[in-house]
Write a protein that binds this ligand. Structure first.
Ligand code: NAD
Ligand code: MG
Length: 383
């Protein structure tokens, strides 16, 4: 029985993780759930699952959540600091980091320091501070299980291969809703179009990142740290059907792939249930429904965000942290109709040129870099 804390239980990953827990009552027990501001759903989840504790990050909603749960034996906390404390609770075995963005960094660090296993969906944490996080995890003897479907695929391909060096990995990308479009066409695209992903139903931020290919850029950096790879060992191929979730090539030239229908419950369940494969009733893949699996080169000139992410990884230090902060500001500005689709890349590129580079950042450097990069990119949005 694994006792689970879910950071971001009201989101796309969080709600699907709850479905997995509900379907496997003998394997998982829900200890903690947290949300930013969707108090109604958090309350409904608490009443259904009766966790030990809930956190609402937005403190204005504390009274509402506390009042709704006053007759239950459930502790209610509020604020960002409470996220840092609940992950340390003695009754928690594993923390599923399913919150979005840089805000996941601190609670992930605290969970690792407390020796909790991590099921990591919050890729931004590894983009911002991959070296620090993976070193800390090694020092504490904590395993980080990937939830991102591509990284789960690679992790699954590595089962039984841990002593065999990886030659390279190939991350697959769906290409998003704008695959094949020219820069001129991208100038005109709307938020509503960008929010319509062809294969996956996800939160707004990652959906925009998927449309701009920034998501793949973040995943390249995430993979570098998760699997301890050199930059030149990571490739991206566009695979519009999202059936092959990623591949590993070994030193004998053999390639292993993991396949399945696009359904995040599978990687979520694999991460939470590792090393076991729990039975599931998820729809099964049938080759005859997909007679054509196709592959293309990603268009780095049109989808500049992916190139910018490769550049940030190459430069290292705090550059991926700058990239991530500028991207978070650019995406939320795009979602408020303040900037166009292509302007997001302009903002990120200018921000990467403006914020001071630090080759070997400390945690404090990351915090300052994130703040500085947000200020800079907000100025760029307002220009
Ligand atoms: P989402 O927007 O649907 O949900 C985000 C969750 O985080 C919500 O519960 C929200 O309340 C909480 N949250 C947001 N900001 C917060 C803050 N500042 N403090 C505390 N809580 C906060 O997002 P999602 O699509 O579920 O994605 C979550 C993470 O998983 C992201 O890092 C994303 O890149 C990653 N991921 C998602 C998918 C997917 O299919 N949705 C796939 C792979 C990876
Ligand atoms: Mg992914």
């Amino acid at each position: 029985m694994k006792r689970i804390a879910i950071l971001g239980s009201t989101g796309s990953i969080g709600t699907q993780a709850l479905e997995v827990i509900e379907a496997n009552p003998d394997s998982f027990e829900l200890e903690v759930i947290t949300a930013h501001s969707n108090a109604d759903l958090l309350i409904a989840q608490a009443l259904a699952f009766k966790p030990n504790a809930v956190v609402i990050a937005n403190e204005d909603l504390y009274d509402k959540v506390r009042d709704a749960l006053q007759h239950e034996d459930i502790k209610v906390y509020a604020g960002a600091n409470a996220l840092n404390s609940v992950v340390e609770m003695g009754t928690v075995d594993m923390v599923l980091t399913a919150m979005v963005g840089y805000a996941g960094l601190q609670p992930t660090i605290r969970a690792i320091q407390a020796g909790k296993e991590i099921a990591l969906a919050n890729k931004e944490t590894l983009v911002v501070a991959g070296q620090l996080i993976t070193e800390l995890a090694r020092e504490k003897g904590v395993n980080i299980y990937p939830v991102d479907s591509e990284h789960s695929a690679i992790f699954q391909c590595l089962a039984g291969e841990f002593h065999n060096p990886i030659e390279k990995i190939i991350l697959t990308a769906s290409g998003g809703p704008f695959r094949g479009r020219s820069a001129a066409e991208l100038q005109q695209v709307t938020k509503a179009q960008a929010l319509k992903h062809p294969n996956w139903d996800m939160g707004a931020k990652i959906t925009i990142d998927s449309a701009s290919l920034m998501n793949k850029g973040l995943e390249v950096i995430e993979a570098k740290w998760l699997f301890g790879l050199r930059n030149d060992q990571i490739e991206v191929v566009v695979h519009p059907q999202s059936i092959i979730h990623s591949l590993v090539q070994f030193e004998d030239g053999s390639i292993k792939a993991q396949l399945g229908l696009p359904d995040m419950k599978l990687p979520i369940q694999y991460a939470m249930g590792y090393p076991n494969r729990l039975k599931s009733s998820f729809p099964r893949f049938n080759f005859l429904d997909y007679p054509q699996l196709t592959f293309e080169q990603p268009d780095l000139n049109t989808f500049r965000n992916l190139q910018l992410a490769f550049n940030a990884m190459e430069q290292g230090g705090n550059m991926p942290c700058i990239l991530n902060a500028a991207n978070e500001v650019a995406v939320s500005s795009f979602l408020r109709d303040e900037v166009g689709f292509l302007e997001m890349s302009d903002i990120i590129e200018s921000c990467m040129a403006k914020v001071a580079y630090i080759a070997n950042p400390s945690l404090e450097d990351y915090v300052n870099t994130d703040r500085e990069a947000r200020l800079r990119s907000t100025e760029l949005v307002k220009r």
